[in-house]
Design a protein around this ligand. Structure first.
Ligand SMILES: [Zn+2]
Length: 409
């Protein structure tokens, strides 16, 4: 995944297809970092390797594909239970908005999160992280957003922190207090926005519980004005910003892009003007087709248009109990190929190096290059295209995170 042109910046256009495959390759990791990447022949001739051969733990990957561990740049793991009633209602024909109006949707996860103890919630997050790893993911962005009170949001972020400490991969926490307006503020949503801006964000920043602030800017959640107010408060408190936007209805991206979000996510309803703005920006367009699949939508985000126009595209699971209950990046790759007409190579680059750009960690994650973290995923397939080909089957053999072999299977 080394950049073919040496360009710095997320992969765009034809560069998204360049995987930089090394046949019969070898990766040498020391002290949690990658120190060299090249052919096995060269690695065996390396004087340092010769001298230390006995101390080196060798993992035989013959006949397999080794990738940088997936970087899942959009997940919501801080919840307690699956939403099975909503699932059945949707099967019977109810829409996302109808379910939300009937007290389902995001709001139905709030009670359980508010009631849960921190350690109970941390256990849920940890079991999700282990599931991510079992599918080849070594870096996860993890959002709060099912507590929606000062106390329950802090508890969610603390649970994410506690779970990350027990997981060999890397977790980047995001504060998503602006997921929806909780029931007790239904009559006065502005008061909730003030609570987010004036109390929650400053405290989250002060306690260093999140790297990013996210907002759900859409019909039924937060309007553009409130979203901008929240993201501005985040920046004022030294936090980077990202947003869920244009999933259900279009919001012009003009004003939000001025805040330099690291990523804008979903983007089902972007128009030509939005695409032009994205092309010129450094912001990554993170597409989450698992949500379209699970909601049974016919339409998917316009990946082909975005990529061909030169927008930097990433893929993520959007792991969450309401609209995308999957931790599997290979499944998302499959959806990206079958429903969004991305090539398997584009999907892999979007799920690794561009995911790293979407989180601002491109210097340490997303490709196998000397100096980067020793995060690798080994797949029991002969050809990288099989990752997107075998639908709903897990071919991940094992993952290595920060040099530690995690053997989830
Ligand atoms: Zn989401």
């Amino acid at each position: 995944m080394r950049s073919p042109s040496g360009n710095s910046g997320p992969r765009r256009g034809a560069e998204l297809r360049e995987l930089g495959i090394i046949e019969n390759g070898a990766v040498l990791c020391v002290g949690g970092k990658i120190t060299s990447v090249g052919s096995t022949k060269d690695a065996l001739r390396d004087p340092w390797v010769k001298k230390h051969r006995k101390k080196i733990r060798e993992i035989d990957c013959a006949g397999k594909v080794v990738l940088p561990g997936f970087v899942d740049s959009h997940t919501h793991p801080a919840f307690v239970s699956p939403r099975l009633t909503d699932f059945e209602k949707r099967i019977a024909g109810a829409s996302y908005e109808e379910i939300a109006k009937a007290g389902g949707g995001i709001r139905s996860s709030i009670d359980a999160v508010r009631r849960a103890g921190k350690s109970e919630l941390a256990e849920k997050v940890l079991s999700a992280l282990n599931e991510f790893a079992s599918h080849g993911t070594t870096t996860v962005e993890a959002k709060s957003g099912y507590g929606l009170s000062l106390e329950a949001e802090l508890k969610s972020l603390e649970a994410i922190k506690a779970a990350s400490a027990l997981w060999p991969g890397t977790v980047l926490p995001t504060f998503l207090g602006a997921h929806v307006v909780p029931p007790e503020f239904q009559r006065n949503p502005e008061q909730y926005v003030s609570l987010i801006c004036e109390e929650m964000i400053p405290l989250v920043a002060k306690r260093k519980l999140a790297k990013f602030v996210d907002v759900f800017c859409d019909k039924g959640a937060f309007n553009e004005e409130d979203s901008l107010r929240i993201l501005n408060a985040a920046r004022k408190n030294g936090l980077q910003v990202r947003a869920h936007i244009s999933q259900l209805t279009r919001t012009s991206l003009e004003r939000i892009l001025k805040l330099n979000p690291l990523s804008l996510d979903h983007l089902d309803h972007v128009d030509e003007a939005d695409i032009q703005l994205l092309t010129k920006s450094k912001t990554v367009a993170t597409l989450v087709p698992g949500a379209n699949y699970f909601l049974g939508l016919r339409d998917y985000p316009p990946a082909r248009k975005l990529i061909d126009a030169g927008v930097a595209v990433a893929l993520a699971t959007d792991y969450n109990p309401g609209s995308s209950p999957t931790a599997s990046m290979p499944f998302v790759l499959s959806l990206a190929c079958t429903h969004m007409k991305m090539t398997p190579a584009e999907a892999i680059a979007a799920a690794t190096i561009n995911g790293a750009w979407a989180l601002g960690i491109e210097k340490s994650k997303g490709s196998l290059e000397p100096g980067k973290d020793a995060d690798l995923a080994i797949f029991d397939v002969k050809d990288y295209r099989e990752l997107a080909y075998w639908v709903a089957s897990n071919r991940c053999d094992s993952v290595i995170a920060a040099g530690f072999v995690a053997a989830p299977r």
